[in-house]
Design a binder for this molecule. Sequence first.
Ligand SMILES: [Zn+2]
Length: 175
Amino acid sequence: MSATRRAIFCDRDGTLIRDLGYLRDPAGVEILPGAVTALSEGIRRGFSVVVVSNQSGVARGLISLSEFQAVDRAFRQAFAAEGIPLAGVYYCLHGPADQCACRKPRTGMIDEAVRELDIDVGRSILFGDKDSDIAAGRAAGCRTVLFGADRGPDAGAVRADACIQSWDAAQQVLV
Ligand SMILES: [Zn+2]
């Protein structure tokens, strides 16, 4: 059986919620404008939403594990409250020095989701705001969409398939 499920892979901080830098306060969870509308439309079109997020703050000693967990709970609750089911939430808690297989730009989290959730990665799309997101998506075999970059797909070291300024422009790439 070949995989049939299509995913919208999303980075968390700076993509789904405001990036406040090593978020430790659950009250700081704020969904970015247009995300709920765009993801609802994506789900209507048959995509599942899967979060893939580097969270090295604990490994770096900047936040505690319980702070990380409280923010994660608030994050999941915020999307549940908006009626957006998250098919999977994958975190890399390692630091850059750990040389793990999951920290983006490596593909471990995407690969795990593909196996666990029966995802057709070639028909999936990754949204992120950093080159490491785009590099991971490309290496895994997704289409890639970069937020907030003032550069076209031919600029920069890492080429996204599309660059958009906000979720309001996501409808056209959710095909
Ligand atoms: Zn990792």
